[in-house]
Design a protein around this ligand. Structure first.
Ligand SMILES: Nc1ncnc2c1ncn2[C@@H]1O[C@H](COP(=O)(O)OP(=O)(O)O)[C@@H](O)[C@H]1O
Ligand SMILES: [Mg+2]
Length: 258
């Protein structure tokens, strides 16, 4: 488990979640180590997406959804699923990248400028500078610097996904959430996104849902294995994939069910 020397960016404690009467998460305790990648794996329907979405209060959009327990973020020590916390504030601090790239129907430039303007950035020189910086961090600058005014839809799927990552990075989030970010991409585009995620460890804490166990093994430091709404096992990625403590984890990673 997490050693005392590891610095935590966030931790869920006793986290349960309900879609109306259906309990989708059961008493989850998951620590997220700062500036490292934590992966969530497990069979389809086990609650990976549900857990990820708790971290930026996506579930608040539907009135019958209910959180129990806490997700504390550090160093401020605030519980982000507390009703008193504004989900919009949380979404500024914790960005999300979805399964299918979802750029806005705007230019490449405007996709990134949008969030900056919402934060009150008005000066063109500052916008230009921040846009270059975000595209560079998302390994997309060289491919787009001469076509910033073109529609984002002219980009390939992999480029669109990197644009979504640049957009999420532009406003300086502390954490990034990824829900199967490469499942719609070919192997080359996938490996670019994986390299990008590994490189981003210098600046942000990341939580990634993947149905691809090789991907979890390649890019994550920590792995949580989920089943039926429970976090069955959580440990260093190497340990989970070479010497898991639980029989269920072993059965899953050796492909005996899934
Ligand atoms: N909007 C919803 N309303 C009701 N049940 C849902 C909703 N979304 C997901 N579920 C249920 O919650 C469980 C977990 O789903 P999900 O988090 O999407 O799993 P995963 O991402 O691991 O495939 C499943 O049983 C699923 O059917
Ligand atoms: Mg899912």
């Amino acid at each position: 488990m997490v050693a005392n020397s590891e610095k935590l960016k966030a931790e869920t404690k006793g986290l349960s979640f309900y879609y109306g009467n259906v309990q989708a998460l059961k008493d989850i305790r998951l620590p997220l180590t700062e500036k490292e990648v934590t992966a969530l794996i497990g069979p389809s329907g086990c609650g990976k997406t549900t857990l990820l979405r708790c971290f930026n209060r996506m579930h608040d959009l539907y009135p019958h959804n209910k959180y129990e327990g806490e997700i504390t973020i550090f160093p401020d020590n605030i519980n982000i699923v507390d009703r008193g916390i504004d989900p919009l504030d949380i979404r500024m601090r914790i960005g999300m990248v979805f399964q299918k790239p979802n750029p806005f129907p705007k230019s490449i430039y405007e996709n990134i400028a949008f969030g900056l303007r919402v934060r009150g950035v008005r000066k063109k020189t500052i916008l230009d500078e921040q846009i270059e910086k975000s595209l560079t961090r998302a390994a997309l600058w060289e491919e787009t610097k001469d076509r910033l005014q073109e529609s984002a839809f002219n980009l390939s799927g992999g480029q669109q996904q990197r644009l979504c990552i640049a957009r999420a990075l532009a406003t300086g989030p502390e954490m990034l959430l990824f829900d199967e970010p490469t499942s719609a991409l070919d192997p080359i585009a996938t490996s670019k996104i994986e390299d990008l995620i590994v490189g981003l460890k210098e600046e942000v804490t990341m939580l990634i849902v993947t149905h691809n166990m090789q991907q979890a093994a390649r890019i994550s430091d920590w792995t949580g294995f989920m089943m039926l709404g429970e976090l069955i096992e959580f440990d260093k990625t190497d340990k989970i994939f070479t010497n898991p403590a639980k029989k269920l984890t072993e059965s899953y990673i050796t492909g005996r069910f899934g």
